[in-house]
Design a protein around this ligand. Structure first.
Ligand code: CMC
Length: 443
């Protein structure tokens, strides 16, 4: 059935598009919606009721699943804003705790609000002691993301007093708990994998310092967090805090739309983040750089990335929304040099290789035409490795930082009086109805 969407026009004071079913000549007026910024949106909510059509959009490349006032991305211009603030300003002038407050409450905190918020988060960092037994049930060689999915899901078994999603106070307590406990859960996943004792949080340290301390300190000697490393860690958290309706955030919203408890929803988000096309890409970038090994091998790997018959892709390149340099990658590229310098790493061969790969790819017609630019994951792995994190922890750090985005988006959805369970439809391509064949007649 052939259809066309006409140019937008004014109708009853509202802009609409007209959908014409060429086989019957029937038309349908669809309202156009306009956000504060970004492309206009055709409202298809009444499409099925009025025409009997569904829309077909696997991968949701043309579909807005919700309205949101939290994060804005202009992929063509390489712009990312949270609550109207540019990511470059937040990364350069703010702190992760402020950004958490901003995402949750819509405004940057006053001094008083910031210290109260920091205090609240600080005093929720410990885990229920019985949760330690959960870790001991995992194999020592478990991927820390597997532990994260399990332990975060299990929070709902320990914190019953914050699982009633109809109570705004409980929703906020659950959100604070997850932001506060995620560094503890992540650091413990790491400690378990290396066979070291768990390190309890310290209330005199800030969020990033505390995470580095719980990850790298051991009980037998004093551990001092390097200020430059803590600053870089905090900046990495800011850069990963939210990114509108990506796969994991959409997963959290879909899980939450059924009324599931917040801990279960965030565990679902962590599972979705794990894949190499999403949060797992930072781990994959380092593996790729090691595989390439030296600058003279770059052309060979670029040729593979361009070969349609080869599944190899240049990890850390390309993005569904950014058709320009990912602004987060630009900030991280700078941070990379600062951190390596602070750690006394001069002429890091991996960073050299990454920069050369970036230079060559950005001049290559394939990457230019397809608008494939470095994304946030391209440089984050190099910094994290220099800080001492094993590659298996990279996606865990992403999950830790993204938790605030997930909970802010989840809260926004629950507070929306019009929210309904998410239930996409399908284009059925299976067999039509046929008679049941008894097993005795199946050959
Ligand atoms: N290397 C080589 N070719 C690529 C790449 C790449 N990294 N990314 C996309 N392409 C090609 C792709 O083959 C396709 O070519 P054609 O039109 O000839 O079929 C075209 O570019 C469009 O790609 P797509 O797969 O249709 O785009 P998408 O929006 O579905 O996928 C993506 C986006 C991020 C999954 C993809 O670019 C990719 O796999 N990149 C590598 C993984 C990565 O770095 N992921 C991290 C994303 S940023 C962090 C996050 O949000 O989690």
């Amino acid at each position: 059935m052939a259809d066309k969407i006409s140019d937008p026009k004014q109708s009853k004071g509202k802009q609409t598009v007209t959908l014409t079913d060429n086989s019957t000549g029937k038309t349908c007026e669809l309202p156009i919606m306009q956000g504060t910024a970004g492309p206009r949106v055709v409202d298809v909510r009444r499409l099925y009721a009025e025409t009997g059509f569904f829309t077909y959009d696997p991968g949701f490349t043309s579909t807005g699943s919700c309205d949101s006032a939290i994060t804005y991305i202009d992929g063509d211009e390489g712009i990312l804003m949270h609550r109207g603030y540019a990511i470059e300003d937040l990364a350069g002038k703010s702190s992760f705790m402020e950004v958490c407050y901003l995402l949750l409450h819509g405004e940057l905190p006053t001094k008083k609000q910031r210290s109260e918020f920091e205090r609240t988060i600080t005093y929720h960092t410990m885990l229920h002691e019985q949760m330690l037994n959960l870790y001991r049930g995992f194999r020592r060689d478990s991927h820390p993301m597997a532990i994260m999915v399990g332990v975060v899901g299990a929070l709902s078994a320990f914190y019953h007093d914050s699982t009633d999603i109809s109570d705004p106070h409980q929703r906020m307590v659950a959100s604070h708990r997850m932001i506060a406990k995620m560094p503890t859960i992540a650091a413990m996943a790491y400690k378990y994998s290396v066979g070291q004792p768990f390190v309890y949080p310290r209330n005199d340290l800030n969020y990033a310092e505390n995470f580095l301390y719980m990850t790298f300190a051991v009980p037998c000697e004093e551990f001092k967090v390097r200020p430059a490393v803590a600053r870089a860690m905090d900046r990495i958290f800011i850069l990963h805090a939210d990114h509108e309706q990506n796969a994991s955030t959409s997963t959290v919203r879909i899980a939450g739309s059924s009324g599931a408890n917040p801990f279960a929803c965030i565990a679902a988000g962590i599972a979705s983040l794990w894949g190499p096309a999403h949060g797992g890409a930072n781990e994959a970038v380092l593996q790729m750089l090691h595989e390439i090994g030296s600058k003279d091998k770059i052309p060979e790997f670029l040729a593979r990335a361009k070969d349609r018959n080869d599944p190899f892709r240049l990890m850390g390149f390309g993005h569904r929304v950014y058709k320009n340099y990912d602004p987060r990658a630009a900030v991280l590229r700078e941070s990379c040099h600062e951190v390596l310098e602070d750690l006394g790493v001069r002429d890091d061969p991996l960073l050299d290789l990454a920069m050369e790969l970036e230079r060559i790819a950005l001049e290559d017609p394939y990457f230019v035409e397809k608008k494939l630019f470095p994304n946030v994951d391209f440089y984050s792995g190099i910094i994290l490795q220099a800080m001492g994190f094993p590659t298996s922890m990279f996606t865990v750090l992403f999950a830790l930082a993204r938790t605030v985005g997930w909970v802010a988006q989840w809260q926004e959805m629950i507070e929306d009086p019009h929210h309904r369970i998410s239930r996409p439809r399908q284009l059925y391509t299976g067999l039509d109805k046929r008679p049941f064949v008894p097993i005795s007649n199946r050959g």
